[in-house]
Design a protein around this ligand. Structure first.
Ligand SMILES: O=C(O)c1cc(=O)[nH]c(=O)n1[C@@H]1O[C@H](COP(=O)(O)O)[C@@H](O)[C@H]1O
Length: 281
């Protein structure tokens, strides 16, 4: 049996070919209104389809945020399934942002929901929370390896509240966030050209030179646009690890809809600024 190509290798290629930008599919009620759509299932469906049709053939990664679909119950989940499948079919890698995390035996079921290749919500990667202990994620790590999928583990999140947990210093002197990065480095050891086990590290966090961000995997960096970070911040925040950064922009692109050309233009502007910043950095 041939193993599927690992997520990290597929992501590296997509980043090299398309640039590293990840656009979020975050159908906030306020964005639906701005787009002239109703806050209902038809509005959700129209919003998601528009983003997928405009961008899935050109950006490396699309990241649907599950909460905005779950808000509509089972019909919302059906739209999420369709969006994930159509985006993947059109050539984007899909990171489903569901931030799952639970005791190991329950985590196994979450992993099956998103990382088993025949699952309706199968995604190239899933965001997960390690704050029930990194080891609780083991079933997801194992299934991702088997399926050629990946994980993005919350390490240093973009929100100001994250620090009370992630910057907390453990008995061994390391911060909790640094410990998560070290677990990921071990997971990715020997994986070329890029490991499949990424970290989420906010672009909003300023100087992170005290952290070892070179953990062999991708760094999903939300916070650009609506949360105040800019592409120009990336080299300062990530240092040499900037080459492995997948910058996420959600509202900063989405507010340009519903016109597909305007969405593409906004994504292109961010992509250009990111390329310039990474090259200069
Ligand atoms: O895992 C994430 O994607 C994530 C982690 C984090 O630390 N901060 C963060 O903003 N996110 C997500 O990234 C997206 C950011 O959206 P914008 O602020 O609109 O660009 C949202 O979907 C958030 O849920």
């Amino acid at each position: 049996m041939t193993l599927p190509e690992p997520f990290g290798a597929r992501l590296r290629r997509a980043m090299d070919e398309r640039g590293p930008l990840c656009v979020g599919i975050d159908p906030h009620a306020s964005l639906l209104a701005e787009w002239g759509l109703d806050d209902d299932i038809a509005g959700l469906e129209r919003f998601s389809r528009t983003v997928v049709e405009a961008l899935a053939d050109r950006v490396a990664v699309l990241k649907p945020q599950s909460a905005f679909f779950e808000r509509f119950g089972s019909r919302g989940l059906a739209v999420l399934e369709k969006s994930v499948q159509e985006a993947r079919a059109a050539g984007a890698l899909v990171v489903t942002d569901a931030k799952r995390g639970d005791i190991g035996s329950t985590m196994a079921a979450y992993a099956e929901a998103f990382l088993r290749p025949d699952a309706p919500l199968f995604s190239d990667a899933l965001t997960v929370s390690p704050y029930l202990g990194y080891g609780s994620l083991s079933p997801a790590v194992a299934l991702a390896r088997e399926s050629g999928a990946g994980l993005f583990v919350l390490a240093l999140t973009s929100n100001p509240e994250g620090g009370e947990v992630q910057h907390a210093v453990r008995a061994d002197g390391r911060t909790v966030g640094a410990t998560m990065l070290a677990h990921l480095a071990a997971e990715n050891a020997g994986e070329e050209p890029l490991g499949s086990f990424g970290a989420v590290v906010g672009a909003t966090l300023g100087d992170l030179s005290s952290y070892d961000l070179d953990m062999g995997g991708p760094l999903l960096a939300p916070g650009i646009g609506a949360q105040g970070a800019t592409p120009a911040d990336l080299p300062r925040v990530f240092g040499a690890a900037v080459r492995n950064v997948v910058p996420n922009v959600s509202r900063g692109v989405l507010r340009h809809g519903p016109d597909a050309q305007a969405l593409r233009g906004a994504a292109e502007r961010f992509a250009t600024q990111i390329r310039e910043a990474v090259t200069a950095g």
